[in-house]
Design a protein around this ligand. Structure first.
Ligand code: BEZ
Length: 211
């Protein structure tokens, strides 16, 4: 069954390039990102994994544990890791799940049979410290994902979680944010002492609180 926002991210054990892991234990009290790759030794996936390895310090800064998945076996992943380092200039620095029996891919509905009946699509799941799914994205195999956008959404999710603000269209780090409707004006006075601008009673804009 499809995994929806707010669901508890299903737990699993799996073999990875960093050894066996138990998913919830791996996440601990951190945020997490789980993302799938259709297959080893494929060009788009090779570029994506190199990019995520380069961005690893950005995920670390946000307290996000990174976990990739490809349906091929561990031996194949280990050989492919050499190509990723050689062609992308960065070694794989996070675990990549080997899922030859499609256990995790099936659990997370990453195989869409009308797209391809054996390879995964490019799924992304962002998971909060409460183990609830906060975001899902599905890309086709032919389109590499934009991981800067994924970091942007993580920033937005963390602002919501920490400060009760939402982010407007095309928001970038440092732009003004929106006070969530669940916060009353009375409550907002203590949460946003620097004030806010009311464009409409439901549209209140304030400075990004952590800047
Ligand atoms: C790729 O990663 O390059 C790829 C994988 C499956 C289909 C098309 C492209």
């Amino acid at each position: 069954m499809a995994i929806r926002l707010g669901d508890t991210a299903p737990d699993f054990t799996a073999d990875t390039t960093a050894g066996p892991i138990s998913f919830h234990e791996y996440l601990g009290s951190s945020w997490g990102i789980l993302f799938s790759h259709p297959k080893d030794y494929t060009p788009v996936c090779t570029t994506e994994l190199g990019e995520v390895a380069k961005l690893k310090p950005e995920f670390d800064k946000r307290n996000v544990k990174v976990l990739g998945l490809s349906v091929d076996p561990l031996d194949s992943h280990k050989g492919w890791a050499g190509d990723i380092e050689e062609t992308q200039g960065t070694a794989l620095n996070f675990p990549l799940i080997a899922d030859p029996d499609r256990k995790v891919s099936t659990l997370y509905d990453m195989i869409h049979p009308n797209a391809n009946d054996s390879f995964t699509v490019r799924s992304v799941f962002i998971i909060g410290p409460d183990k609830k799914v906060k975001l899902t994205i599905t890309y086709p195999a032919s389109a590499g994902r934009n991981f800067d956008e994924i970091l942007r959404v993580i920033d937005s999710l963390q602002l919501t979680s920490n400060y009760s603000v939402a982010t407007p269209v095309n928001w970038k780090d440092g732009d003004d944010v929106i006070i969530v409707p669940a916060v009353s004006d009375e409550e907002a006075k203590s949460k946003f002492p620097a004030g806010w601008k009311t464009l409409k009673p439901y549209l209140r804009v304030t400075k990004q609180p952590n800047k």
